[in-house]
Design a protein around this ligand. Structure first.
Ligand code: 6PG
Length: 256
């Protein structure tokens, strides 16, 4: 991996969620102070879910001007927004319904639409918001996502960048749609190109079931097509890993 990863190990899942919530609010206030708004791409999954639920409580609710936050999604399942598998629904139920977010600032991926259409329209929104009508993302304020939250799948996927998927090779696109056989569904995802342009990327992984894949991704051979999480190396941004002790259990201490 090219970007040195900043790894923080917390004692348990609750402290992990609390730390991630603090870092979210800190990144948000820094971005709002610097350029008037905060753009964040949320992840799906059970681990990020705990972070959103913690963000929807004090002191985090009061410590951030939520009207300045623009929400995006790192990926979406191609289902309706009220479907139980929807990442938008999960974020809405755990966080967005509990903080004063501006409706127009929720930029969800339209999982209910034709996947290719949903990917195209989402890329158009990103290019409009980040003022980059053509070409690669620019690592400049207001031209890139301030914070991308990512989970880690047990197979090394992140967002909906799955092993050996076509999306891994879509370097000119910001968003792709792909039928993912591993989960038997269509997915829409940010590409590594967009994620790596972000100001900050934070992986969140918890539990002993993640220990082996965390070790493979962080300390194993670099094989990004089998381990797409290894593609994530912000070109001009910060990369952090927030782990609980169980997920970090197989990491060599000297290399943390
Ligand atoms: C999704 C996520 C996916 C998730 C990982 C980890 O849509 O499912 O974007 O990348 O973050 O699968 O999920 P867990 O935290 O539930 O293990």
């Amino acid at each position: 991996m090219s970007a040195a990863a900043d790894i923080e190990v917390l004692p348990n899942a609750e402290r992990l969620a609390e730390t991630a919530a603090h870092q979210f609010v800190a990144a948000a206030n820094t971005a709002i102070e610097a350029h008037g708004k905060f753009t964040v791409a949320l992840s799906g999954g059970s681990t990020p879910r705990k972070v959103y639920a913690r963000l929807a409580t004090e002191p985090f609710v009061s410590n951030l001007d939520w009207s300045r936050v623009h929400f995006f999604w790192g990926d979406e399942r191609c289902v309706a927004p009220n479907h139980q598998a929807s990442n938008f629904r999960m974020a809405r139920e755990t966080l967005l319904d509990h903080v004063p977010v501006v409706e127009a600032n929720k930029h969800r991926i339209h999982g209910e639409d034709d996947p290719a259409e949903a990917a195209l329209s989402y890329e158009r929104i990103l290019r409009r918001v980040f003022r980059t009508p053509i070409g690669p993302p620019r690592s400049a304020p207001l031209a890139r996502i301030d914070l991308v939250l990512l989970g880690l799948g047990n197979d090394g996927h992140t967002a909906s960048l799955f092993p050996n998927g076509a999306s891994l090779r879509a370097s000119d696109q910001w968003v792709t749609a792909e039928y993912v056989h591993a989960v038997s569904m269509w997915r829409v995802t940010l590409t590594a190109t967009v994620i790596n342009a972000a100001a900050e990327v934070v992986f969140i992984a918890s539990g002993s079931a993640k220990a082996d894949i965390v070790r493979q991704v962080l300390q194993g051979p670099y094989r990004p097509h089998e381990l797409p999480a290894q593609l994530i190396a912000p070109a001009d941004g910060r990369l952090r890993w927030l782990l609980d002790a169980s997920a970090a259990a197989e990491l060599r201490r000297d290399a943390r």
